[in-house]
Design a protein around this ligand. Structure first.
Ligand SMILES: [Zn+2]
Length: 316
């Protein structure tokens, strides 16, 4: 939709149905199907961004070579889960994970070219639990972490902010950038649930001291509390950091009635957080935002919240 002379992009592609996690798994292809049906109702002013497969060299921007090879081998040998953790895989999972990472990088390129000012990528598997050396929590490759490094190495940007509002703490993203002062990771998440990280005390290490902000929220709390914490903690932190690009780890499992998350956010919570991201990005980042799907396990709720998010990205 037009904002100034720019547009918002959205990426979805049926390839994401090919990552089969097995019967009854919450991170299911059904999540993608319901979300795709919702995104397909967007008016054509939302530009649909094309797929592209990430190069191995791009995956290695945030992951160790040995871990990449382990994923390839586990998939090639028909393992039903990664040996590093609780991520179900099938024979297509390596390829689909590369497509998901590549889509986020393609969205970054589109935003950097100015084709669109912001973009949402409806990808799976999710990424934010994957560390440099370990896939876990349904994640294989950490798309947002790779995108941050890609923005720096391929587009010459220096300071990147990652806002992660998935109900779970993004331990993988935090670990990758904990000692990196150039990537500021901020997470709002439910306290004391999987992966049992995300404490306030983790605020960066070494050169990255101060470059990590965890905002754990009490179980069963609502979106109003999250928005207050956003204003009190997140906004001043972003203002102080002055990022050049804003990446969002957009999970929707903090939404009310999610079978895994225990918060009570609404579609309006996600819309309002998005509007606030747009304000911050307009102020510091030339409006540049790329958002990548993480969790969200009630498919109709996921679709509804994601649609509210995408529409808010493009509000004038
Ligand atoms: Zn999650």
């Amino acid at each position: 939709m037009i904002r100034g002379n720019k547009t918002a992009g959205v990426h979805y592609d049926p390839c994401y149905e090919r990552h089969d996690t097995g019967p009854g798994h919450p991170e299911s292809a059904e999540r993608y199907r319901v979300l795709e049906a919702a995104l397909a109702t967007l008016p054509p002013v939302f530009v649909r961004l094309p797929p592209r497969r990430a190069l191995v060299s791009e995956v290695l921007l945030a992951h160790d070579h040995n871990y990449h090879d382990l994923v390839y081998r586990d998939v090639e040998t028909f393992a039903d889960r990664l040996r590093t953790g609780d991520t179900a895989i099938c024979e297509e999972s390596y390829d689909v994970a590369l497509e998901a990472t590549g889509a986020v990088l393609e969205a970054v390129d589109s935003v950097m070219r100015g084709d669109v000012s912001s973009a949402f990528c409806a990808v799976r598997p999710p990424g934010h639990h994957a560390t440099a050396t370990r896939g876990m929590g349904f994640c294989i490759f950490n798309h947002v972490a790779i995108a941050a490094r890609y923005l720096q190495s391929r587009h010459g940007l220096r300071k990147i902010a990652i806002i992660d509002w998935d109900v779970h703490h993004g331990n993988g993203t935090e670990a990758i950038f904990l000692e990196d002062p150039t990537v500021f990771y901020i997470s709002l998440h439910e306290a004391n649930i999987y992966p049992y990280t995300g404490y306030v005390s983790a605020h960066g290490q070494g050169a990255g001291e101060g470059g990590n902000l965890n905002i754990p929220l009490p179980p069963n709390s609502d979106g109003d509390l999250a928005l207050r914490e956003w204003q009190v903690q997140l906004e001043p932190a972003i203002e102080a950091f002055q990022p050049e690009f804003l990446l969002i780890s957009a999970g929707f499992d903090a939404r009310v009635n999610d079978p895994i998350g225990g918060l009570r956010w609404t579609d309006e919570t996600f819309a309002e957080m998005t509007r606030r991201c747009v304000v911050l990005a307009d102020r510091w980042c030339g409006g540049r935002i790329v958002s990548s799907l993480e969790g969200g396990y009630n498919p109709p709720g996921l679709a509804s919240a994601a649609l509210a998010h995408v529409r808010a990205l493009a509000e004038p």
